[in-house]
Design a protein around this ligand. Structure first.
Ligand code: CUK
Ligand code: CUA
Length: 766
C-alpha cells in the first residue's frame, strides 16, 4: 500500500493536481499512512485531536467575533473553529433578510435614517453580565466610525436595537458592560465639537473640541438600551480609547485610557509634523477613572442637565463631585483590562515594552486622601503614577491587550510588533512563557476572559496579517485567528482559522451551555420587536385588503406553497406583503424574492415579516421561495401582476395546458391510497412510542397533523369534482391531496428517525 501511495503522489504532483487527488486515494489508508502522505507530525495529530469535532459534535464554547468593516458579528465554535453564523448588525445581510424586510429595516434605520450609512466598523463585542458573570442573554457591539451601539438578543441571535451616540463623531471604547449590565460604556475616540455644534476651526481645538464617555443605561427587562436615562461625561480632547468596568472591589467605577493627550493637531500637507509625531511626544498619556455609580445617583436626583436631549456631566461638575480622575499611563497605550477580582488594572503602551499594573487599592487611597500631583489644563485632578502603580513588567515590543487566565495572577498580553503572546504573572511581575503567532496580533481572548471568573483553557490570537499562512486569494488576505491551548504551563498552538469577513478587532467567548436559543417563534411573531405582529395570518385566513391606498397582502408560507399565489395590483399602487411561516418544524425556513424589487425575506418558523414597495411599472413579476425547503421547493412560486391603469381583461378562460380523464383520476387515487398506507404505518410507529417526551418530535407531529387536515380538504374537493364528472379539477385536487400526503409522510419519517436515533421506547398499547 505504502509504496503505491508514494508513487501515486509523485505522479499526481507531477501532473500538477496536488493534494486533493492524493488524499482521495487515502480512503482506506491507516493513520500512519495518512500522516506520511500528508507530512503530518505527531504534534500535528495531537493538535488535530484537540480541535477536531466529529460529525454531529458540539463545541464547548461559542465565540462572538466583531466582523470589522462588514458591520456583522461572526459566531464560531471553540475548539473546532467552525463558523456557525454571521449576524447582520450595522449592515444589511440578505440571507437573514436583514435590512430587506420592513421590520429589520426599522432596526437599521435607528440612528441611521433611510439606511444611508452602508457600513459599520465593529470593534468590541461584550456579553451581558450578572454579578460579573456572562449570563448568555445579550451581546453588545460598537461601531467606531458612526458612533453606534447595537443590542443583539441571544435568544434568537438577532439585532434588536441600534443607538447612535448623541454627542460623539467617533467612538472606539465600546462596548464594555458593568457587572450587572447596568450600563454599557462607550468612549469617544477622535475629539471633535459635539454633534449639536457645527463647524469649529482647529485653532479652537483645546477649547471647543471634546472627548467623552457615555454610559448607556440598559433596561434588562426590556432587553433594550434606555437612551433617555443614559449619561455622558464630558472629557478633554485626549483621544479616549478603550474602557473596562471595575469589578467586585472596584465595581461602580470605570477605566478608560487615552492617547494623544498632547492634543496635537497634524497637517502634514501644510508642512506641520504629522499626527503620529505630535501624538507620541510625551512619555505618558492619561487613564481616566470615572465613578459611574455616583454619577447615576446624581442623574437620578435631577442634578445633571440635559444637552440636546441627553444627560451630559460637564468636566467642572464631574471634578466638583469627585467623579473623574486622571492617572498617567505608558506612552500611546492601548487596552485597559481589569482583573477578575477587580483589584488590578493592566495597561500597555504601544510604544513601550512594558505592561503596567495599577493597584485599585492604591488608587482608592489616593482619591480618599485627595492626594494628587496636580491638575490637567481642564482642572481634573491627577493621581501620581507612583501612588497608583503596582508593577511594571517587560513583556515585549508593542504590547496591546491583556486577558486573564483561570489561574490566579496569570495574564496573557498580545505583543504586536514582536508577533507574540506573552504569558506573565502580574502579582509577582515576571514573564512565564512566550509563543510566536502569525502575524501581528491585535486583541487576544481567553474563554469567558472578561468575566469575574475566566475559564482559561483556550486563547484565541486575533492576528492582523496572515501573509504566508493560507492559499493565496489576491492582495487582500483573510485575517488569521489562531487557537492556542493554555491549559498547561506552556502555550501550544493548535489551529489557524482564516476569517474572510472584515477585520475583527475583538472576540468574546461564552460556555455554549449558557445559551438557550429558540428554534421557532410563537406563530405570527415580529422578531425585531419581540411581540405578535399585527400582520400575522393563519392558514385559511389569507386575504388582500386595500387600506389608505396600500394593498396589504396577508399571506402564508408552508411547504411547498406561498398563499396567495397570484397577487393582482394596479400600476402605481403601493404593495405591502406580510408573510407568516406556518411551519413548526425545526429549520424549515422559507425565503421570498420578487423580481427586480430588491425583496429578499427570510421567514423562519413562526415569523411574520413584511415588505413594502411601490409597484410603479406595469408588468409580470415572478416571486418564489429562496430556501430549498422541500422536494417541491422550485414549485413554491407565484406571480405579482401589475396591471396597467384601466386594464380590461381579454382572455376569458385559463389555458389549462392538459386535459385529464377518468383514467388519470383513478391512477392518482390509487397512488394516494398507497401513500396513505405508508403514513399509517409511520403514525403507528410514532404513537406506539413515547414521542411526547421529545419536543422536536411533538412539533413535527403537530405540523404533520396540520398537513393531513389540508390533505382531507383537498380529497373532499377531488371527490366532489369526480362526482360531477369534472375529471380535470378532480385529478388536480387529487394531485394536491397527494402533495399534502407526501409532506405528512416526510415529517412522519423524520420524526420516526429521530425517535429511533434518540432511544425512544415502546409504550404499552391502551
Ligand atoms: S482595538 Cu483593534 S487591535 Cu479597536 Cu480594541 Cu486593539
Ligand atoms: Cu419554501 Cu423553498
Amino acid at each position: 500500500m505504502k509504496p503505491r501511495l508514494k508513487k501515486l503522489s509523485v505522479t499526481m504532483l507531477g501532473l500538477g493536481l496536488g493534494f486533493g487527488l492524493v488524499t482521495s486515494a487515502l480512503a482506506d489508508a491507516t493513520l500512519k499512512e495518512v500522516m506520511d502522505a500528508r507530512g503530518l507530525t505527531e504534534k500535528d495529530m495531537l493538535a488535530a485531536a484537540k480541535t477536531y469535532t466529529p460529525t454531529g459534535g458540539r463545541d464547548e464554547y461559542l465565540a462572538f467575533s466583531s466582523g470589522g468593516q462588514s458591520g456583522h458579528v461572526i459566531v464560531y465554535g471553540i475548539p473546532s473553529m467552525r463558523i456557525l453564523k454571521y449576524i447582520g448588525v450595522f449592515t444589511p445581510e440578505p440571507w437573514q433578510g436583514y435590512g430587506f424586510d420592513d421590520e429589520s429595516k426599522a432596526v437599521l434605520d435607528m440612528g441611521n435614517p433611510n439606511g444611508e450609512i452602508k457600513f459599520g466598523d465593529t470593534h468590541h463585542p461584550a456579553f451581558s453580565e450578572t454579578e460579573g458573570e456572562y449570563n448568555g442573554r445579550y451581546l453588545f457591539i460598537n461601531d467606531k466610525a458612526n458612533p453606534r451601539i447595537a443590542v443583539i438578543d441571544l435568544h434568537d441571535f438577532e439585532t434588536k436595537q441600534i443607538v447612535s451616540n448623541p454627542f460623539f463623531r467617533s467612538a472606539h471604547g465600546g462596548a464594555f458592560v458593568t457587572p450587572n449590565t447596568e450600563y454599557v460604556m462607550d468612549a469617544a475616540q477622535y475629539a471633535a465639537p459635539y454633534k449639536g455644534t457645527g463647524f469649529v476651526p482647529l485653532e479652537e481645538f483645546n477649547d471647543k473640541y471634546r472627548g467623552g464617555l457615555t454610559y448607556w443605561k440598559f433596561d434588562d427587562k426590556k432587553g433594550r438600551i434606555d437612551e433617555a436615562n443614559s449619561f455622558t461625561f464630558e472629557m478633554p480632547p485626549y483621544s479616549q480609547d478603550l474602557s473596562d468596568a471595575g469589578k467586585k472591589v472596584s465595581a461602580g467605577w470605570g477605566f478608560t485610557n487615552s492617547f494623544c493627550s498632547e492634543r496635537y493637531v497634524g497637517g502634514i500637507e501644510k508642512g506641520r509634523p504629522p499626527f503620529e509625531a505630535g501624538c507620541s511626544q510625551k512619555d505618558t498619556d492619561f487613564m481616566h477613572v470615572t465613578n459611574w455609580k455616583k454619577a447615576a445617583e446624581l442623574v437620578a436626583a435631577g442634578k445633571v442637565k440635559k444637552v440636546d436631549g441627553s444627560y451630559m456631566i460637564p468636566i467642572e461638575q464631574a471634578v466638583a463631585e469627585g467623579l473623574l480622575y486622571l492617572i498617567p499611563e505608558p506612552k500611546s497605550p492601548h487596552g485597559v483590562d481589569v482583573s477578575p477580582d477587580g483589584t488590578h488594572i493592566v495597561v500597555s503602551g504601544k510604544l513601550d515594552s512594558h505592561a503596567w499594573v495599577y493597584s485599585w487599592e492604591k488608587i482608592q487611597k489616593a482619591i480618599n486622601n485627595k492626594k494628587f500631583e496636580g491638575k490637567d489644563p481642564y482642572g481634573i485632578p491627577i493621581i501620581a503614577m507612583k501612588d497608583a502603580l503596582h508593577k511594571q513588567v517587560q513583556v515585549g515590543l508593542g504590547p496591546l491587550h491583556t486577558q486573564y487566565d483561570s489561574k490566579e495572577c496569570v495574564v496573557y498580553t498580545s505583543i504586536y510588533v514582536d508577533s507574540m503572546v506573552t504569558k506573565w504573572d502580574y502579582c509577582e511581575g515576571k514573564v512565564l512563557d512566550q509563543i510566536h503567532i502569525h502575524y501581528n496580533i491585535g486583541h487576544l481572548m481567553t474563554m469567558e476572559g472578561d468575566s469575574a471568573s475566566p475559564d482559561g483553557k483556550y486563547l484565541v490570537a486575533l492576528n492582523k496579517l496572515a501573509i504566508d499562512r493560507f492559499n493565496p486569494v489576491g492582495p487582500l488576505h483573510p485575517q488569521n485567528h489562531q487557537l492556542i491551548d493554555i491549559s498547561g504551563d506552556k502555550m501550544k498552538l493548535l489551529y489557524d482559522m482564516p476569517i474572510p469577513l472584515g477585520e475583527p478587532h475583538y472576540v468574546v467567548a461564552i460556555k455554549a451551555d449558557k445559551l438557550k436559543p429558540v428554534v421557532r417563534y410563537a406563530s405570527g411573531w415580529d422578531s425585531r420587536k419581540d411581540e405578535r405582529s399585527p400582520w400575522k395570518t393563519r392558514a385559511g385566513r389569507e386575504k388582500v385588503e386595500r387600506v389608505d391606498g396600500v394593498v396589504h397582502v396577508y399571506g402564508t408560507v408552508i411547504r411547498s406553497h406561498i398563499t396567495p399565489e397570484i397577487i393582482e395590483v394596479e400600476e402605481g399602487e403601493t404593495v405591502s406583503i406580510h408573510l407568516t411561516n406556518l411551519e413548526r418544524a425545526e429549520d424549515e425556513t422559507h425565503g421570498f424574492a420578487v423580481y427586480s424589487e430588491n425583496v429578499q425575506l427570510s421567514i423562519e418558523p413562526g415569523k411574520t415579516v413584511s415588505t413594502t414597495f411601490k409597484a410603479d411599472k406595469a408588468g409580470v413579476y415572478p416571486y418564489y421561495c429562496t430556501e430549498f425547503c422541500s422536494a417541491l421547493h422550485l414549485e413554491m412560486q407565484g406571480y405579482l401582476l401589475v396591471k396597467p391603469k384601466g386594464y380590461q381583461a381579454k382572455a376569458s378562460k385559463m389555458d389549462e395546458g392538459q386535459a385529464y380523464t377518468k383514467a388519470d383520476y383513478d391512477k392518482q387515487v390509487k397512488t394516494n391510497v398507497d401513500t396513505q398506507a405508508v403514513i399509517n404505518s409511520v403514525v403507528g410507529f410514532i404513537t406506539s412510542h413515547n414521542y411526547k417526551d421529545f419536543p422536536q418530535v411533538v412539533a413535527l407531529v403537530e405540523d404533520a397533523t396540520d398537513q393531513l387536515g389540508f390533505a382531507d380538504e383537498a380529497k373532499k374537493k377531488a371527490e366532489g369534482y369526480a362526482a360531477k364528472g369534472d375529471y380535470q379539477n378532480a385529478t388536480l385536487w387529487a394531485g394536491q391531496h397527494w402533495q399534502y400526503q407526501v409532506k405528512t409522510a416526510d415529517m412522519g419519517l423524520r420524526a420516526k428517525t429521530y425517535l429511533e436515533q434518540n432511544g425512544a421506547v415502546k409504550v404499552p398499547a391502551k
